[in-house]
Design a protein around this ligand. Structure first.
Ligand code: ADP
Ligand code: 5GP
Length: 226
């Protein structure tokens, strides 16, 4: 994450952050792409979800997920600590509410790696803030190969995720953008381009005061001779 503070030029308050919601069938590469966006694009941070699934080799508690017991997760549901939560592959997953709003108000974009249920819930709650992207795998054999190649995968975990892929892909029409993660660099460039373009949408850009100054300092057209 970069420390650069996004937003309008001096005089304008920072624009409100974008909720950049990314979904895909498991194994299509959204974690890889989300990590790259956070490390290479200034002004973006990750929403770290809570989950009850076991920690995988190479993952860190607090950075990849907040790993919680079912009792701890249910206690968080009871105190309304989640913006959204869902059961995916028989485990609980949820987006903690704390921090997200604070980051958005400060003009920080927040990336959400969530399934279609999470994407739908976030869009319903914050329609003006959410930009959603669905990542497609180039083919099912390549999806299988990626799942099998992921550290800590088992025949059972691969089968469960492949079994869910059909249901996930069916939801692609609910997203604002869709891209194919065949070549990783190409997919990353496309994802980055979406975020940059969405930042410059006029309604988001927080350039009102700057435009007022430009207008004040420039001459209105004078009426020419009739
Ligand atoms: P997801 O988060 O969607 O489950 P991951 O990001 O964990 O998927 O990616 C699954 C596996 O596929 C990882 O081992 C990752 O390194 C690999 N991978 C991701 N994108 C590509 C790509 N474009 N080409 C080849 N392998 C990829
Ligand atoms: P994995 O266990 O492979 O990291 O994630 C499994 C699925 O859970 C992925 O589709 C991922 O996007 C989704 N997921 C991760 N965190 C959340 C969350 O906070 N909410 C929802 N709804 N889904 C999540």
């Amino acid at each position: 994450m970069s420390s650069e503070r996004p937003g309008g030029p001096a005089g304008d308050r920072p624009r409100r952050g974008i909720m950049f919601v990314i979904s895909s069938p498991s194994g299509a590469g959204k974690t890889t792409l989300c990590r790259r966006i956070i490390s290479e694009v200034p002004g973006v941070s990750l929403s770290v979800s809570a989950t009850t699934r076991p920690i995988r080799q190479g993952e860190t508690d607090g950075a990849d997920y907040l790993f919680r017991t079912s009792a701890e997760f249910e206690e968080m549901i009871d105190r309304d600590a989640f913006l959204e939560w869902a059961k995916v592959h028989r485990n609980y997953y949820g987006t903690p509410r704390a921090e997200v709003e604070q980051r958005l108000v400060a003009g920080m974009d927040v990336v959400f790696d969530v399934d279609w249920q999470g994407a739908r819930a976030l869009k319903t709650q914050r329609p003006g803030d959410v930009v959603s992207v669905f990542i497609l795998p180039p083919s099912i054999p390549q999806l299988r190969a990626r799942l099998e190649g992921r550290p800590g995968s088992t025949a059972q975990s691969v089968a469960a995720r492949l079994a869910g892929a059909h249901d996930d892909i069916l939801r692609w029409g609910e997203y604002d953008y869709a891209l194919v993660n065949d070549n990783l660099d190409t997919a990353f460039s496309e994802l980055r381009a979406i975020l940059i373009a969405e930042r410059t949408r006029r309604v988001r850009a927080a350039l009102g005061r700057m435009v007022d100054r430009l207008l004040a300092e420039s001459q209105p057209p004078t009426a020419g001779p009739a």
